[in-house]
Design a protein around this ligand. Structure first.
Ligand code: WTA
Length: 572
């Protein structure tokens, strides 16, 4: 597909009119005055997302259009969110929540989630989020490793804690939003002095998966808001006048950086819809609320595309002016469809839980090469590196690394310093320390970056990150399973689906019924989104001499590809 030159798609002057100029003179320091600082070292992210607006002309502006499951719209102004998060902060303090304590939120996308997140940050505690599809095992791993002190949830979701509650000695209280919590909070003052946190104080954390071991608690600091704000402004092109809809969930990083922090720091009105995906439902929201900027994911675009163009044309979606996508590769096909459906191109951008914000992107003012992630955000310096640590040339595939000097790069991995260190290498060639993304990519002659694949076994299903080890462990917990190897299998709709190769105990017979049972077992215990949609029974798994499952070989076999180097293989 040819490069898209975009003059005809631009409906208003972009926030970043000249990319090259921005790169040349860029320094974060030049932009720090766009945020509110208590002193040159002290900043609070929640203050910049909400309080700043509540104290300005925007105070009665709608901050949150909450579209509930029945598609009725509830409005919350910046002042509403300010006062309710103040009350929540005062309540938490009163029940013994101190600076640095971990408070986890386990909720679907309801207003209380956003109010809680802001309130927690305001008092200098650390907010942790968990995706609402998690089951007991995933919840336990997160609450226990973080030593969370409070959990904000609802009574339906709290039932998933029954089997683990007594194994969580640090969890002081479970607060149920539908069992009087909000009335209790109402008794507290709506005046709160936001904690003047140091810019490097921990602000929020969320667990993410790698290839091996349990999920890692990625911690971000208050100053992350600088990068999140600037990227919301320059990449997502968010303006004060926008009605902005991000379809992500704050259980994942996109919902935090671009549904709470960066986007509200730009002063925009944000749309939140917790309901199930339906093309008609989504189009109705855009039409009804006159959404202007829309940030979604490739799987969602493919799902909309599968419902056809006639459906889109039934609605007046002319309010849309800027479209963006994240989370998995955006192939040219959904971009082509987007042009036909909305007469606008989707702008792909790339980042990770660990990077805390967008690092490579397509911009309103730059041509799009469909299939490319775009160009580095000003201030981000990528290098494509060979295994040796040397930089490789143009058009050569290597490990995508970044110079670790932007404000939203993770501060640490919660209580796992070695894990944190393993994200960095020293390149003798460049004489620089580099952050390793774990992704393979190349750069073309024009400076555009192209995603090639993961360098490790991490799975991306419908844009959500899943660690194979967690799924394998969940399978092995079933009485019929001896061992399991899990891979991501390419899928035209979801990007990848989870496929498991399972070795059964001799006393169990292979059957379709057992496959179904194993899938459901993982769905219930681990997470509603992280279960194997495909299961294959095998007699044994390929392993290294030291006993590690070689998923690479399972994947090559599945795809009918050459198996490659098997010198460390024990049996095959
Ligand atoms: C993948 C999501 C291709 C990548 C914000 C990365 C992408 C992982 C893109 C991070 C993209 C994200 N093109 N791949 N535009 N964006 N990825 O932590 O493998 O859930 O490392 O953060 O998603 O996933 P995470």
């Amino acid at each position: 597909m040819d490069t898209i030159h975009k003059d005809k798609y631009l409906k208003s002057p972009p926030n970043l009119p000249d990319y090259s100029k921005a790169v040349e003179g860029f320094h974060y320091d030049k932009h720090i005055s766009e945020l509110v600082w208590f002193s040159p070292r002290h900043i609070n992210a929640a203050y910049n997302a909400i309080t700043k607006n509540a104290l300005s002309d925007r105070k009665n502006k709608v901050a949150l259009y909450y579209v509930d499951e029945n598609e009725s719209v509830n409005k919350y102004t910046f002042l509403d969110l300010e006062l309710s998060s103040n009350k929540l902060g005062n309540f938490l303090k009163a029940i013994g929540c101190n600076r640095g304590d971990r408070v986890f939120i386990f909720l679907p996308r309801v207003p209380e989630l956003y109010i809680s997140f802001i309130g927690i940050l305001k008092i200098g505690a650390i907010a942790g989020t968990m995706f609402s599809a998690f089951g007991p095992q995933a919840i336990f791993d997160r609450l226990s490793q973080s030593e969370a002190k409070f959990l904000i949830t609802n009574s339906e979701m709290a039932t998933r804690l029954k089997s683990i509650r007594n194994k969580l000695p640090n969890l002081k209280r479970i607060l149920l939003i539908d069992k009087g919590l909000m009335t209790e909070i109402d008794k507290y003052s709506d005046v709160l002095n936001t904690t003047e946190t140091d810019m490097t104080d921990d602000a929020f954390m969320l667990y993410t998966s790698g290839t091996t071991g349990k999920p890692k608690g990625i911690v971000h600091q208050h100053k992350a808001i600088i990068h999140e704000y600037l990227t919301a402004k320059w990449v997502l092109d968010i303006k004060d006048s926008d009605i902005y809809w991000c379809t992500a969930d704050p259980g994942w990083v996109t919902g935090i950086a671009y549904e709470i922090l960066g986007s509200w720091a730009c002063g925009s009105s944000t749309v939140v819809f917790p309901g199930r995906f339906s093309a008609d439902g989504w189009y109705r929201i855009i039409e009804k609320l006159k959404v202007t900027v829309w940030y979604t994911a490739p799987t969602a675009i493919r799902m909309l595309a599968s419902q056809g163009l006639t459906k889109v044309k039934k609605y007046d979606l002319s309010s849309l002016r800027f479209l963006a996508s994240v989370g998995e590769p955006l192939n040219p096909e959904p971009i082509r469809w987007g042009l036909k459906a909305f007469n606008l191109p989707f702008h792909d951008n790339y980042w990770q839980t660990e990077t805390g914000g967008i690092v490579i992107a397509n911009y309103a003012a730059l041509p799009i090469k469909p299939g490319s992630m775009g160009k580095p955000f000003p201030g981000i310096k990528p290098h494509i590196i060979a295994e040796s640590g040397d930089e490789v040339g143009v058009n050569k595939v290597g490990n995508l690394t970044l110079e670790p000097n932007w404000p939203s790069l993770m501060k640490k991995v919660w209580r796992r310093p070695k894990k944190y260190q393993s994200y960095f290498l020293y390149s003798k060639d460049l004489k620089k320390k580099l952050y390793i993304t774990g992704d393979l990519a190349y750069k073309d002659r024009d400076g555009y970056y192209w995603f090639v694949g993961r360098a490790d076994d991490v799975i991306k299903t419908a844009g959500e990150r899943v660690g194979p080890f967690e799924v394998e462990s969940a399978l092995v917990a079933h009485e019929a399973v001896v061992e399991a190897g899990v891979i991501g299998k390419p899928d035209p709709m979801r990007g990848e689906i989870i496929k498991a190769f399972v070795v059964l105990k001799p006393t169990f017979k292979q059957s379709d019924k057992l496959k179904e049972e194993l899938s459901m077992f993982v769905k219930k215990n681990l997470a509603g989104h992280a279960y194997p949609r495909e299961i294959e029974f095998v007699d044994h798994l390929p392993k290294t001499r030291s006993g590690k499952i070689m998923r690479r070989i399972l994947k090559a076999k599945e795809l009918g590809l050459p198996i490659g180097d098997t010198s460390t293989l024990e049996e095959y």
